[in-house]
Design a binder for this molecule. Structure first.
Ligand SMILES: Cc1cc2nc3c(=O)[nH]c(=O)nc-3n(C[C@H](O)[C@H](O)[C@H](O)COP(=O)(O)O)c2cc1C
Length: 234
């Protein structure tokens, strides 16, 4: 564990070229030193942080992990705003939360201390334009956003967020996912986000301080694997 995988993404650990074909990597299918199972097992939302800063290289590695995620048509139509330090993270909190929420949320104090917030933005227009190109024209998705039954831009943003969450675990950090139901326009205006870019979610990142408030969502049992995995047919 530790910063291994995350640091590898900024160049310290050799890994196959992103263009290498599947199967072209190490014969074992495993990169030396990567404890993948452990990273998957330990990933869980952390919503209470200390004020300790995160090293700039590590922040960079998390975002670069997000950029390595798969992207429909190789569009790469997601972009990230990285807020570091109190003055920058306040731009997020000040626009997306109000006093009533801050006064009543048991999580506010723990969340506000997060020294880093990653904001995942996606552009539907980028995917519509990409799928209008000759090699994708048969998809008929290049006319408008409404032609899409599955919004791949949101899928791409989610893949990126997942990569960042796993890279955070590998770096010994905590992170969580926050949906946003208010303040998106004000936030976009504060951050100079161009027209057409939608916020998928915010990912506060930092050092866990061990004071997490258990999410009420965890009290509802998840469907079991047997209920969710279907072999051969549903
Ligand atoms: C798309 C998405 C939106 C989420 N929004 C929020 C949110 O707004 N606030 C929050 O505290 N957790 C949010 N979560 C976290 C989930 O509540 C959490 O993943 C779930 O309860 C399982 O817990 P775990 O991730 O710790 O295993 C979100 C997760 C996803 C995938």
């Amino acid at each position: 564990m530790g910063t291994g995988w995350a640091m590898g993404l900024v160049g310290r650990r050799a890994r196959p070229s992103p263009r290498a074909r599947p199967g072209a990597g190490p014969a074992s299918g495993k990169l030396a030193g990567v404890e993948f199972d452990e990273v998957i097992r330990r990933r869980a939302m952390v919503r209470s942080f200390s004020t300790d800063p995160v090293a700039p290289d590590t922040v960079d590695a998390l975002v670069r992990a997000a950029l390595r995620a798969p992207s429909a048509g190789n569009t790469g139509g997601t972009q990230w705003v990285v807020l570091v330090g109190e003055a920058e993270t306040a731009r997020y909190w000040d626009t997306t939360t109000d006093e009533a929420w801050r006064d009543s949320s048991p999580r506010w104090e723990g969340l506000r201390r997060a020294p880093v917030i990653l904001l995942a933005y996606a552009s539907a227009e980028a995917y519509v334009a990409r799928y209008a190109e000759a090699d994708k024209a048969a998809s008929l998705l290049g006319s408008s956003e409404t032609a899409w039954t599955v919004p791949y831009w949101i899928g791409d943003a989610a893949f990126g967020v997942m990569s960042a969450l796993l890279a955070a675990v590998d770096a010994g950090l905590g992170a969580c996912v926050l949906g946003n139901f208010r303040g998106e326009d004000a936030l976009a205006s504060t951050l100079d986000v161009p027209e057409g870019w939608r916020l998928f979610c915010a990912v506060p990142v930092g050092h866990p301080d061990g004071n997490d408030h258990r999410s009420p969502s965890l009290d509802r049992p998840r469907p079991t694997p047997d209920e969710r995995i279907h072999h051969g047919r549903w």
